[in-house]
Ligand binder design. Structure first.
Ligand code: ZN
Length: 170
């Protein structure tokens, strides 16, 4: 089922998501719905707060850009190791019409649980490293707007206010 994607400045996006304590049917359903929602958007990653659920669940699928990558589902993910740095353009399904260069670690090792509750370790570099860091940021209530200069952030907030005054939808 495709869910509605929560947009900035909704407070759930600024909230630290709660760790999942039990991987039950509710979590499985949430994951399935997040996959449908990401594919429909379309996007290459999605975190549960983006569908209004303050839970530490994220998914990523970069196969549309780099084939031979599988869908990744991570519960309670943590960056266990990181090195290097890279700068590249990023956008976010929760932030309308905003793209910016964002600095990230070039390589990350992420630990977390898969859908079956097994501990998994994912090594990512390049785009995958970027998506993993972007989605884990979401679980910590951090948006790409928090990673740009205050000038850029304020310009965006002004644009957003104008759209709201003009009654722009979506
Ligand atoms: Zn995002």
């Amino acid at each position: 089922m495709v869910l509605e994607i929560v947009k900035y400045p909704h407070p759930v996006l600024k909230t630290q998501a709660r760790p999942v304590e039990k991987i039950d049917d509710t979590i499985h359903r949430l994951i399935e719905n997040m996959i449908d929602t990401m594919r429909q958007a379309p996007g290459i990653g999605l975190a549960a707060p983006q569908v209004g659920e303050s839970k530490q669940v994220m998914i990523a699928d970069i196969s549309s850009v780099e084939p031979h990558n599988d869908l990744i589902v991570l519960i309670n993910p943590q960056i266990a190791d990181a090195e290097g740095e890279m700068v590249g353009e990023e956008g976010c399904l929760s932030i309308l019409d905003f793209m910016s260069e964002i600095k990230r670690y070039a390589r990350v090792k992420v630990c977390g649980l898969n859908r079956e509750g097994e501990m998994v370790e994912i090594m990512g570099e390049g785009l995958l490293a970027r998506v993993l860091q972007h989605e884990i940021d979401h679980l910590n209530g951090i948006l790409i707007l928090d990673r740009v200069s205050s000038l850029k952030r304020n310009l965006y907030k002004m644009r957003l206010k104008k759209w709201m005054r003009e009654g722009r939808e979506d």
